[in-house]
Design a protein around this ligand. Structure first.
Ligand code: A3P
Length: 313
């Protein structure tokens, strides 16, 4: 019973045992090269410096795999405050777009780390790309820890649309893209902004390659209202010391989001950039209502699969 309640509190997924990342996970591909030599480093100076300091680039042991517009940048920026976390800044898109470049290329994108530090990256499109579960499983015999930030799929779709609109202002209205026929309420289920929100369907694919204990679902909503609580769950799941807490955050009223009192490697407050926390356009209430109806059964299936009700309905 107690285990059951604990499991529910942890959304049933995080590993209950804490695995300290003191060594490379078993099954990390045996690369013939002891260290990745970055192709872009003409004189290998940085490699020599890495070796001198005992640091080297490693393949990630944990990946934020999704979802796009869920709050993935916020989670990574918060986690990288931790002294035992080293994270790639940009999204590598290795498992979906750059797989043919090989592990050596992938590793060269990772920051140097010391033994015992955890290397991470985030690429939100992994969660919805058909090939990625098998590929990530192949990297470390399925021992990679996976984090997914999920957010109400309707708000997520609006956020996704808002991002595209900022690049293509002449784009049709949200309602015109979300519905095949607005007056009859027929949803365009093929629209990518909606398809990404079918979390249960995507999860089904991941569960063919990973056990549920290897996936942690972070609430995108709670990451805004109580960032420390969600980061605490992530630290626990990753086997990290619980060093990031409420003390690290403040609410920036101008931005309307939590920000860091001190950014990574900085002594001053740090909020995410302008592309995070955009103003959404007004969407017709009946369109939002119809989309909520559409997602409800999928959301419920997802809640059952992960053992937690995210409260989107
Ligand atoms: P909006 O811009 O629609 O508000 P991602 O990093 O996965 O692209 O997600 C972007 C979303 O992260 C933003 O969507 C925003 O709501 C959310 N977010 C969560 N915490 C945030 C924070 N502290 N600062 C800014 N945005 C945050």
């Amino acid at each position: 019973m107690i285990a059951h309640i604990a499991c529910a509190l942890l959304y049933c997924l995080p590993a209950l045992s804490r695995t300290a990342p003191t060594s490379a996970p078993p099954g990390t591909p045996r690369d013939p090269l002891p260290i990745a030599v970055p192709a872009a480093d003409p004189n290998n100076a940085s490699v020599a410096a890495e070796e001198d300091s005992g640091e080297r680039r490693r393949l990630p042991q944990a990946i934020i795999i999704g979802v796009k517009k869920g709050g993935t940048r916020a989670l990574l920026e918060f986690l990288r405050l931790h002294p035992d976390v080293r994270a790639a800044g940009a999204e590598p898109h290795f498992f979906d777009r750059n797989y043919q470049r090989g592990y050596r290329w992938y590793r060269s994108l990772m920051p140097p780390s010391l033994e015992g530090q955890l290397t991470m990256e985030k690429t939100p499109s992994y969660y919805v790309t058909r090939e990625t579960p098998a590929r990530i499983q192949a990297m470390a015999d399925g021992n990679t820890k996976l984090l997914v930030v999920v957010r109400d799929p309707v708000t997520r779709a609006v956020s996704d649309y808002t991002q595209t609109l900022s690049k293509r202002p002449a784009m049709p209205a949200f309602e015109a893209l979300a519905f095949r026929n607005m007056s009859t309420g027929v949803v365009d289920t093929g629209w990518n902004a909606l398809r990404i929100g079918l979390y249960a369907e995507h999860l089904q694919r991941w569960l063919q390659h990973f056990s549920r204990q290897q996936l942690l679902f972070i609430s995108g909503e709670r990451l805004v209202t109580d960032p420390a609580a969600e980061v605490t769950r992530a630290q626990h799941f990753l086997g990290l010391r619980p060093l990031i807490s409420d003390e690290n955050f403040y609410f920036n009223t101008t931005k309307g989001f939590p920000c860091l009192k001190k950014g990574e490697g900085q002594g001053r407050p740090h909020c995410l950039g302008k592309s995070k926390g955009r103003q959404h356009p007004d969407i017709r209430p009946e369109a939002l209502l119809r989309l909520r109806e559409y997602f409800r059964p999928f959301n419920h299936r997802f809640y059952e699969m992960v053992g937690h009700d995210f409260g989107w309905d």
